[in-house]
Design a binder for this molecule. Structure first.
Ligand code: ATP
Ligand code: MG
Length: 452
């Protein structure tokens, strides 16, 4: 039915950008029902309308419903200024420096309300740009049409009106949705220069929605990746979070690598992947990404700390080796390497302290898990045991030697206390036997070394 609706609307026509007519699709001809929209977003839309402001649902909310997905959040666009919005809602907070936005808070749900803004290119001496062409500030208010043209992708610039429930399309987003493509509004290189994060958004949204990145939108990404160095490490933390924890991290990772953007975000990881002759690290990384996606699909909790600890594991080991070769003890080298690797990564993506602590804990537990001492039960009580164990199991995917250790821990957790005691005793005995054998061999060399 949806297909018929697209065909009825567009046939096989393809209008050229900017000259296109505004398309207004009435309620009877699209699939967005108020039941798909959060009650709180509807409250905000209705209150704005009752106060005689224009109010529209826009962005991911409209796009996702049209595609048949459940939106993860709802963004609203209006002609009310942030101050006017604040006057209407007691639970409103104004945020943002680069973009001033109103957040209306309903418990855990935040409805983001943005005032229509104009594209700085046409309307504004006010939109500030840096030397590289990056937009530093663009709080220039405009009409709904201006607002549509300054958005990133055509499919993100569709407006659902709370007045008559129609969908309004200024930039050709409906046609692109029908074609299953993600297309930047305007000249791609200029738009990437204004905000290099759009390259990451292209990859993230294409993976999330199963859309193809249109050719002219895709092509410049290969050459413009280094623009990401102009983006603050704090903003890249937020973006990396969205890239890795939206349920499509494996596909997203493969695409980031293909477009050569991964190296801009995780240069040390990329070097380790480039020098991975046995393919152990890549197998570990891919297994971890797939496991994260599975956890998200099963609605299990995930933390960005886990994938960061995976990505930086091979760089950590390289650094530990370098430091031990310089004569440092293994333990000291391990601790110093953790600090160095995390500090270096933070120049690209700043890792908040509460997450870097978790990363260090996951790493610190690895040698202890590998050793399996008689105090194994103590490790079970460690708040980070579970994450560290999952990490070990995934390491074992790329490393056969670790597989028996990982499965030992799997059995150990499931065993009753008596069984656990026997397991560690058996371990101590076999360690002792191993030690004795080695000792004996040294004292009594085999007289017939070929007979084995
Ligand atoms: P999702 O919320 O599912 O991740 P989204 O497209 O809604 O996807 P948001 O970050 O919530 O993403 O942004 C809301 C809308 O704001 C977008 O749909 C887009 O119209 C606009 N937008 C977001 N980021 C940019 C950007 N960097 N440049 C231009 N417009 C943007
Ligand atoms: Mg959104």
């Amino acid at each position: 039915m949806l297909k018929q609706f697209w065909q009825k609307l567009f046939g096989n026509s393809s209008a050229t950008e900017k000259q296109r007519e505004v398309v207004v699709v009435p309620r009877s001809e699209h699939n967005i029902s108020r039941q798909d929209i959060s009650v709180n977003a509807l409250k905000v839309l209705n209150r704005l309308r009752k106060s005689d402001y224009d109010a529209y649902l826009v962005g991911g909310g409209v796009r996702d419903i049209l595609l048949g997905f459940h939106p993860k959040d709802f963004d609203i666009a209006t002609n009310a200024t942030p101050e006017q919005i604040k006057r209407l809602f007691r639970n409103c907070r104004i945020i943002g420096r680069r973009f001033k936005l109103a957040h209306i808070l309903f418990g855990h749900e935040i409805i983001e309300v943005a005032t229509f803004r104009a594209s700085h290119n046409e309307a504004s001496p006010h939109g500030e740009q840096s030397e590289s062409g990056m937009l530093v500030r663009d709080n220039v208010y405009g009409s709904i049409e201006d607002d549509a043209w300054r958005r990133d992708f055509t499919v993100n610039a569709l407006y659902y009106s709370i007045n008559d429930f129609s969908v309004i399309d200024f930039t050709g987003g409906l046609e692109d949705l029908r074609k299953g493509q993600l297309r930047l509004i305007g000249d791609p290189i200029t738009r990437y220069r204004e905000d290099p994060v759009r390259m990451l958004r292209a990859i993230r949204l294409a993976a999330k929605l199963g859309l193809k990145i249109e050719e002219k939108t895709a092509e410049p990404i290969f050459d413009q990746g280094q623009l990401l160095t102009n983006v603050s490490a704090a903003r890249l933390w937020d973006e990396s979070h969205k890239l890795l924890l939206a349920g499509k991290s494996h596909d997203t990772f493969l695409e980031l690598k293909r477009y050569e953007l991964f190296k801009q975000l995780f240069p040390a990881t990329q070097s380790a992947l480039d020098d991975d002759p046995k393919q152990r690290f890549i197998r570990f990384v891919e297994a971890s990404l797939q496991s994260t996606d599975k956890r998200i699909a099963e609605e299990k909790p995930v933390t960005p700390a886990f994938l960061f600890s995976v990505f930086l594991w091979a760089p950590l080991k390289v650094r530990v080796n370098e430091l031990t070769e310089q004569g440092m003890s293994k333990n000291d080298a391990y601790h110093k390497a953790m600090t160095q690797v995390l500090t270096e990564q933070s120049q690209f993506i700043s890792i908040p302290r509460r997450f870097s602590i978790v990363i260090r804990e996951i790493w610190s537990l690895q040698p202890r898990l590998e050793n399996r001492s008689h105090r194994a039960y103590k490790l079970l009580e460690h708040p980070r045991f579970r994450a560290a164990y999952d990490f070990l199991v995934l390491r074992a995917v790329g490393n056969e030697q670790l597989q028996s250790t990982a499965s030992w821990w799997t059995r150990y957790q499931e065993a009753p206390p008596e069984g656990q005691r026997k397991m560690t005793q058996a371990l101590t005995k076999s360690n002792k036997r191993g030690g004795k054998r080695r000792y004996n061999r040294k004292r009594k060399p085999n007289k017939n070394p070929t007979a084995q």
